[in-house]
Design a protein around this ligand. Structure first.
Ligand code: ZN
Ligand code: ZN
Length: 95
């Protein structure tokens, strides 16, 4: 498969893969699941089990009562929290 990603898209997907699973919380490295092909910023961090479940019977997802948008929301929230963590560290260094 030929992936023509821009550097920013590649960077984003790399960060998503470092996140814990957005469904069950299992620590990364996670898979980056595309909700829609070619939407490189609509990717969800998933462990192998939750990823397999999503492309199969969705049994795990029913247990957690989640769909792909719920998982995307968790992924973005984790990214935002990560960013805040780095910012406050920088602030501390400046004092
Ligand atoms: Zn999972
Ligand atoms: Zn997938």
């Amino acid at each position: 498969m030929n992936n023509k990603l821009t550097p920013k898209q590649r960077e984003h997907i790399g960060r998503v893969k470092m996140l814990p699973c957005s469904v069950c919380g299992k620590p990364g490295i996670s898979d980056a699941h595309h909700i829609k092909q070619k939407l490189q910023f609509c990717v969800v961090a998933l462990c192998r089990d939750c990823h397999n479940s999503l492309h199969g019977t969705k049994a795990l997802w029913r247990v957690y009562k989640m769909d792909e948008l719920d998982a995307l929301n968790n992924t973005i929230e984790n990214l935002v929290n990560q960013g805040l963590g780095n910012a406050s560290k920088t602030d501390l260094n400046e004092f």
